[in-house]
Every structure is written in structure tokens, then in C-alpha cells.
Design a protein around this ligand. Structure first.
Ligand code: ATP
Ligand code: MG
Length: 411
């Protein structure tokens, strides 16, 4: 029996939901509450298996409730209900730790399926086991199982600047340095190159998740992930460009939510251009790496990209500017780029055709093929920017320049 608490400030909605769910043998509504604060109190008292909450409510909204429950009562996972168009809520709800989202109006089937899905997933994760243990009144609250993954989008306004090369090597270096679970997603849906760059078997790809034969649940997603180097799990782009048409922004949203639950980091390689898919990921990403090269068109496009990110209200603190193919012959240097873009350069990756070319030809990341190269060192520096705690632990050695910049751009 799945015990459920309904939190919604509109009494007719609460009643309708209760009525809808009364037909289900395996779901029992154990309580209702009219706002977040009441919901929090009821959740502590009733310890429901699932909390189903609205977003917009007086006193404490659904996002705050989700956040509080995630830390105070992790044995009661949350499903959020919101009205179509509240995309910002969606992003915030995910960050707060909601397990599932229902866009109003939703059908009875969708509601029941979401409740069962969350319950089954949490049951697998052992979430409810803690509840059946004897409660120690003064015991500290159990910590949240694991925080949702950090989504890192690798983006550029100019093609061919090295997004795919950086995304693949970053994923492998990040898995190695952080010891965390890393997923790599090829969102260049028409002409994705990750498969060839990592020499992966292309028999499974995102197509299998969206062609109507499977679902986007944890098991289906896990099944189509290819095993890349260093334990990185890779979601490949469709094998042929026309298959990209099957993918919708909704697929991407659900997919990202699913990956966030199973991994510590999700690296997303993107296509150039502001496609709806890239926008979807920009909205939910915790980091955006803006890749540029030292050419006038690339710098111009990086400037436009940064402007677009600003207009999308992306926190500049979460954006990292990565300059690729740095050599001594370009018209720009670090200072002139920073002056032109008004953003500090996070990491410079040298132009090294020999190392890079060799790795690509062999279908392997250069960070494992040539770990002592300067390009690999730069990738490790990029990892350190993303996981500052690794720097604190002593790997790798931060450059003097980065030390100087810490505080302005670093987190
Ligand atoms: N640091 C580097 N040193 C030498 N060559 C590089 C470097 N970075 C990228 N390249 C070269 O540039 C090519 C393009 O890189 P990559 O495919 O990663 O770019 P991209 O931004 O993903 O391109 P697209 O926009 O087509 O997806 C690589 O195949 C490689 O040959
Ligand atoms: Mg690419």
C-alpha cells in the first residue's frame, strides 16, 4: 500500500485528487494539507511514502516544501504538480529534489503511473527501509540518499571549436578525479560525434528511448547507455540525422531528470545553435561551459552566447569560459579575450594536433592516452574548476593565475 499526502491550497483540487485515487487498491491518501507549512507538519506526523504537492501555495510554497522534506524527511519523496508554462518552477523543483513532475491538467492514468513509478524507484533505492526501523526520538535526521547530479552543458555559438572533444575528455577526467558516476549525453542529435570519438558500439542510442517502444524510466535509460572509457556511461545520438526528429523537448526534460537521479555528473555535448533542446538543458544545467577558440568569429559568437545566457537569466557564476586551441599565433590572448567578453577565462586548452589527432584516430580520450600532455593537464584544471573540493584535496595543482582569480569567478 502506498501512503500519500496531498498538499494543495485549493480544496476542490484536494477533493478531486482524493476521489481519483480512491479507485486504486494500492494507493491510500493518508492526509491532506492546504499549504506548505501544514504539509510539512502533516508529513512529519504521517510519514507518508509520497508527498504530492502543488507549487503555488501560501505560507510555504511547494518548492520550499520539497527542499525542506529532502533534508528533514528523505523517506517521503515528493511529486510536484504545476501548470504548463511554469518552466522556471520545473527547474527549481528539480534542484530542490522533486522526484517527478505532473503538468496540470493531467489524467488519472498519468497521476497513478507517476505515484507508482516514484514508489517503485524509491523502494529499489531502499528509501523506505529507514522508515520501518525503530525511531530514536533524539536521533539526527537521516541524510538525503544522494543529491541529484550536476548537469554540465558544453556549448558554443560556433561549430568545430572542440565541444565534443572537451565533453568526452572532461567526462573521463571527471570520473577519474571525482570517483563519481558520470553520464555523457550526445545532444548533437543530427551529427553527434561522441560515438566515433570514443569508438563505441552504436547499436543503442537515444532513439530507442523515444521511438515509442520503450519508456524513459530508469531501467530503459540504463539499458541504452553505452559503456565508455573510465566507467563513463554514454547516451549516443541517433545513428542517422533524420531520426533526430523523433526526439522532443519533453523527452530531453524527462531524460535529464532520470539521469540526474542515477549519476553524480551529467555532461551534455551540444550542437551549435540555440535549439529547443539546448535551451531546455540551459534551463536546468548547474554549469554551462562556453567553448571558444582564438579567432575573431569564434570570439564574436562567444560574446553573443554569453549575452543570450544572460538574457535567459543564467547565473554568470555558473558559466565557465573555456578557450580551446590556444597557441602563440592568434590575434587574441587571455587578457584581450577577457577584455572583449568581460568574463574571466576559466581554462585555456592548448592547440595540440599531435596528441588530439592521435587520440581521435584511436577512438580514445587523450586524457587516458596521453595523461602527461598539456591538453590533459588543462582538462584536469577544468575538472578542478567544476569540483573545487578536489583542489582542496590536493589534485591537481592549481595554477598561480587561477589562485589569483579565485573569488572573482571561482566557486
Ligand atoms: N585543443 C585542440 N588541439 C588540436 N586540435 C583540436 C583541439 N580541439 C579540437 N581540435 C580539432 O578540432 C576538431 C573539432 O573538434 P570537435 O569535434 O570537438 O568540435 P565541436 O565543437 O564538437 O564541433 P561541432 O560543432 O561540429 O560539433 C577535432 O576533431 C580536432 O581535430
Ligand atoms: Mg561536436
Amino acid at each position: 500500500m502506498i501512503s500519500l499526502l496531498i498538499v494543495d491550497d485549493i480544496s476542490s483540487t484536494r477533493e478531486n485528487l482524493q476521489k481519483l485515487l480512491s479507485f486504486e487498491d494500492d494507493i491510500e491518501v493518508v492526509g491532506t494539507a492546504a499549504d506548505g507549512r501544514e504539509g510539512l507538519e502533516a508529513a512529519h506526523r504521517l510519514q507518508p511514502d509520497i508527498v504530492l504537492t502543488d507549487v503555488n501555495m501560501p505560507l510555504m510554497d511547494g518548492i520550499q516544501l520539497t527542499e525542506t522534506l529532502a533534508s528533514e524527511l528523505p523517506t517521503s519523496p515528493v511529486i510536484i504538480m504545476s501548470v504548463q508554462g511554469e518552466r522556471d518552477y520545473l527547474r527549481r523543483a528539480m534542484q530542490a529534489g522533486a522526484r517527478e513532475f505532473l503538468i496540470k491538467p493531467f489524467s488519472h492514468d498519468e497521476l497513478v503511473a507517476a505515484i507508482r513509478r516514484v514508489y517503485q524507484l524509491e523502494q529499489k533505492k531502499g528509501t523506505f527501509i529507514a522508515k520501518s526501523m525503530p525511531v530514536q526520538p533524539a536521533a539526527p535526521v537521516a541524510p538525503r540518499s544522494s543529491p541529484p547530479a550536476e548537469i554540465i552543458l558544453v556549448f558554443s555559438g560556433k561549430g568545430g571549436v572542440g565541444k565534443t572533444l572537451i565533453a568526452t575528455n572532461l567526462a573521463v577526467a571527471l570520473a577519474d578525479q571525482s570517483g563519481g558516476r558520470v553520464a555523457l549525453v550526445d545532444l548533437d542529435l543530427q551529427f553527434g560525434d561522441i560515438g566515433v570519438m570514443l569508438n563505441l558500439d552504436h547499436s543503442r542510442s537515444i532513439t530507442e528511448l523515444v521511438d515509442g517502444t520503450g519508456g524513459l524510466d530508469a531501467d530503459s535509460v540504463a539499458e541504452v547507455l553505452a559503456s565508455g572509457p573510465g566507467g563513463v556511461k554514454v547516451l549516443l545520438a541517433p545513428i542517422s540525422p533524420e531520426l533526430a526528429d523523433l526526439v522532443t523537448a519533453e523527452h530531453i526534460r524527462l531524460l535529464m531528470a532520470e539521469l540526474r537521479r542515477s549519476f553524480d555528473y551529467v555532461i551534455v555535448d551540444s550542437s551549435t545553435h540555440l535549439t529547443e533542446f539546448n535551451l531546455e538543458v540551459i534551463e536546468i544545467a548547474q554549469r554551462v561551459l562556453v567553448v571558444t577558440a582564438l579567432t575573431i568569429p569564434a570570439i564574436k559568437d562567444a560574446k553573443l552566447t554569453l549575452k543570450v545566457l544572460e538574457s535567459l537569466s543564467v547565473d554568470p557564476e555558473t558559466t565557465l569560459l573555456v578557450v580551446n586551441r590556444v597557441d602563440g599565433y592568434a590575434d587574441f590572448n587571455r587578457e584581450s579575450i577577457e577584455q572583449s567578453l568581460r568574463v574571466p577565462v576559466a581554462v585555456q586548452i592548448p592547440h595540440d594536433p599531435k596528441t588530439v589527432g592521435d587520440a581521435i584516430t584511436r577512438g580514445a580520450p587523450f586524457v587516458t592516452m596521453h595523461p602527461d600532455s598539456e591538453v590533459s593537464r588543462a582538462m584536469r584544471e577544468l575538472v578542478a574548476r567544476i569540483t573545487p573540493e578536489q583542489v582542496a584535496a590536493g589534485t591537481p595543482e592549481p595554477s598561480a593565475d587561477r589562485k589569483k582569480r579565485k573569488g572573482i569567478f571561482g566557486r
